[in-house]
Design a protein around this ligand. Structure first.
Ligand code: COA
Length: 257
């Protein structure tokens, strides 16, 4: 749970892509617990149904619509369903993402393209469809779940690093183009977050110590998103918050002597 008041998102409608599992699910739950009516989308209907059943037990009503964010027409249908069910759309969280660990030499052309398509093109598709269908006439806010990779080299994740750097760029461009329309666009970049598919996959290739200075929780991510979509952040746009305990700026990992 967060320290924010329970009703700060009352009257808002939020769509969370990738909202059936991992960080996206925690974001959906947290926005729902703070008064938003929520909708989630992801590829697998069984994951969506399971998440919605969990939410309903917690008193959160949730619409779910299966889609692949790479498919522009499917995404437009999701946005239309959300607007029809809840009467509008105020908050969009782009959290759907894919990744696997492989150096460039073992990454096929299609493997690279697949992740860029999900992470970057998918973010564009959802953002553009939400803008066109509702946000351009009503304002709102978008949060893109990014990664703290924009200025670094990242071994074995060329696809994710390139895609998420693109997401950061897209975030800034949308923020400046749409500021006059009352649309804020921000990003939140996780470091290592426990109990996520991404860290599970990274953990198979590297030993990440179980240490609070290195590993955050899904709730840490959800709280940062909650702040970004709240009115407390109403003059904040086009900028990334890293949720990493400072770990990703500690380049040399020198001991404190
Ligand atoms: N190592 C190397 N290549 C891989 C791979 C791996 N572990 N996983 C997928 N690929 C390649 C496939 O071989 C294929 O390329 P090819 O056609 O040249 O053989 C390409 O990626 C697409 O794979 P496919 O399984 O058809 O794509 P998909 O759309 O079903 O999903 C992922 C691919 C990467 C998104 C999948 O791993 C996934 O669903 N991950 C779960 C989500 C996730 O990782 N979330 C955390 C985000 S931080």
């Amino acid at each position: 749970m967060s320290d924010f008041k329970e009703d700060i998102l009352k009257g808002r409608v939020a769509l969370i892509t990738g909202g059936a599992t991992g960080i996206g699910k925690e974001i959906a739950r947290t926005l729902g617990k703070h008064g938003a009516r929520i909708a989630i989308t992801s590829r697998k209907q069984e994951n969506l149904d399971a998440a919605c059943q969990e939410f309903e037990k917690e008193g959160i009503e949730c619409l779910n619509v299966a889609s692949d964010v790479r498919d522009g027409a499917a995404v437009e249908a999701v946005i239309a369903a959300v607007i029809e069910k809840w009467g509008g759309l105020n908050i969009v969280i782009n959290c759907a993402a894919g990744m696997f660990i492989a150096p460039i030499e073992r990454m096929s052309y299609n493997g690279f393209k697949t992740v860029v398509d999900i992470d970057l093109l998918g973010t564009y598709n959802v953002t553009k469809a939400a803008y066109t269908a509702y946000l351009k006439d009503h304002g709102g806010c978008i949060v893109n779940i990014s990664a703290p990779f924009e200025h670094w080299g990242v071994s074995s994740m060329a696809h994710v690093a390139a895609a998420k750097a693109g997401v950061e760029s897209l975030t800034r461009t949308c923020a400046v183009e749409w500021a006059p329309l009352g649309i804020r666009v921000n990003s939140v970049a996780p470091g290592f977050i426990s109990d996520t598919e991404g860290v599970k996959r990274a953990g198979e290739a590297m030993d990440i110590p179980d240490d609070r200075t290195l590993k955050g929780t899904r709730q840490d991510m959800a709280n940062a998103v909650l702040f970004r979509v709240s009115d407390s952040a109403s003059f904040i746009s086009g900028i990334c918050i890293r949720v990493d305990g400072g770990a990703t700026i500690d380049l040399l990992r020198m001991p404190v002597v």
